[in-house]
Ligand binder design. Structure first.
Ligand SMILES: NC(=O)c1ccc[n+]([C@@H]2O[C@H](COP(=O)([O-])OP(=O)(O)OC[C@H]3O[C@@H](n4cnc5c(N)ncnc54)[C@H](OP(=O)(O)O)[C@@H]3O)[C@@H](O)[C@H]2O)c1
Length: 327
């Protein structure tokens, strides 16, 4: 089969290749998916470049965990009724060498989720990481009808879904952005207010938004940069949900957090507990079936342009998801 792969870590253009790789056969309990799309996420370029892990590769890696396509073969124990099913994929390349940047992937049947009619393969390639991360972040934030939440990086791929899920809980949502285009994108997803974190004083805007009380929860994608602002934004007993940090170490206002009983809850979407995974999948399925979820596919490139796709995501210039189409 045709696939994108790398056999050493490094810059996208130096290490990513397109070529032939063995077509997988589904093992017991597995399905094989003929892929139509492959979603590119920040963690894909971070592991390819060696930023998050420098461990030598035991075998060539076909990158990307997200993708969508049609089941074309099933292994022992998987009902034949799954053949021909349109599906989206989660954890496609988590702790496995063969991800979704290929014509085929074989993986456990439970990781191929039915894609409702009306949801495109491009949109299906945005769900495994961005949408499930957003759902878990909002779940951990425990938002209710009268909650106020600050979502950092409101135009990001995860945040775009998190805003919508938080609104669904009835929460009031304020987000940080760095430009008017990004503010517009976040508002279109349902944010009530936006703060330009580069030009405005965040604490002042939060005080206005919450009548001086502070938000009930913060959902953060860059904890090492944003932790210092917590005393100015969150109320006592609030919850800080962390799904990203640009630096491995962060300086936190530890004494203030303790005195105010503020919880800090980091998590990794690849490693959700089964109960959380189940809850996310059920809610996402409802949202997709209802047709109310907005997706943000920013750019679709052919598989051959995998290096350009990685560079785009790495640049941080794209508003929304970058998806590869596999012809
Ligand atoms: N823990 C997990 O399981 C998990 C899951 C998904 C993603 N992540 C991580 O979460 C991060 C975001 O992922 P994504 O796919 O949403 O990325 P994305 O689509 O590239 O969005 C990132 C957004 O964050 C903004 N941003 C960067 N630094 C910021 C800061 N200090 N304050 C406010 N906004 C800031 C960027 O815009 P400006 O630079 O213009 O502000 C951009 O809009 C990545 O680091 C990713 O690796 C982790």
């Amino acid at each position: 089969m045709r696939a994108a792969y790398y056999d050493r870590r490094g810059e996208a253009r130096d290490v990513l290749r397109i070529g032939e790789r063995p077509t997988p056969t589904p093992g017991p309990g597995e399905v094989r998916v003929r892929l139509a799309t492959s979603g590119v996420n920040p963690s894909d370029w971070k592991s390819r470049s060696g930023l998050t892990t420098s461990a030598p590769l035991a075998e060539p890696v076909i990158p990307h965990s997200d993708g969508a396509g049609v089941i074309d073969a099933v292994g022992d124990g998987v009902p034949a009724s799954r053949l021909g099913e349109r599906v989206w994929i989660w954890n496609g390349q988590w702790q496995r060498a063969n991800g979704t940047a290929a014509e085929y992937i074989a993986l456990p049947s439970v990781q191929a989720i039915p894609l409702p009619v009306g949801v495109s393969f491009e949109e299906g390639a945005c769900l495994g990481i961005p949408a499930l991360t957003a759902l878990q972040a909002v779940r951990l934030a425990r938002l209710g009808e009268s909650s106020a939440v600050l979502i950092h990086g409101g135009a990001g791929a995860v945040a775009h879904y998190a805003i919508q899920v938080a609104r669904r809980r009835g929460a009031r949502v304020i987000v940080t952005v760095s430009s008017s285009d990004k503010a517009e994108h976040a508002r279109a997803a349902g944010a009530h207010a936006t703060v330009n974190y580069r030009t405005e004083v965040l604490g002042e805007r939060i005080r206005e938004f919450t009548s001086g009380r502070g938000v009930d929860a913060v959902i953060d994608l860059n904890f090492s940069a944003n932790a210092a602002s917590l005393p100015a934004v969150i109320r006592p007993h609030g919850r800080v949900v962390v799904y990203g940090t640009n630096d491995a170490e962060a300086t936190v206002p530890a004494l203030w957090l303790m005195r105010n009983s503020v919880s800090v809850l980091p998590f990794l979407v690849y490693e959700l507990e089964p109960e959380d995974r189940r809850a996310g999948l059920v809610e996402l399925s409802d949202l997709l079936t209802s047709g109310t979820l907005l997706h943000a596919v920013a750019k679709v490139l052919p598989l051959e342009d995998v290096a350009a796709a990685h560079e785009l995501v790495e640049s941080g210039r794209v508003v929304g998801n970058v998806v590869l189409s596999i012809g």
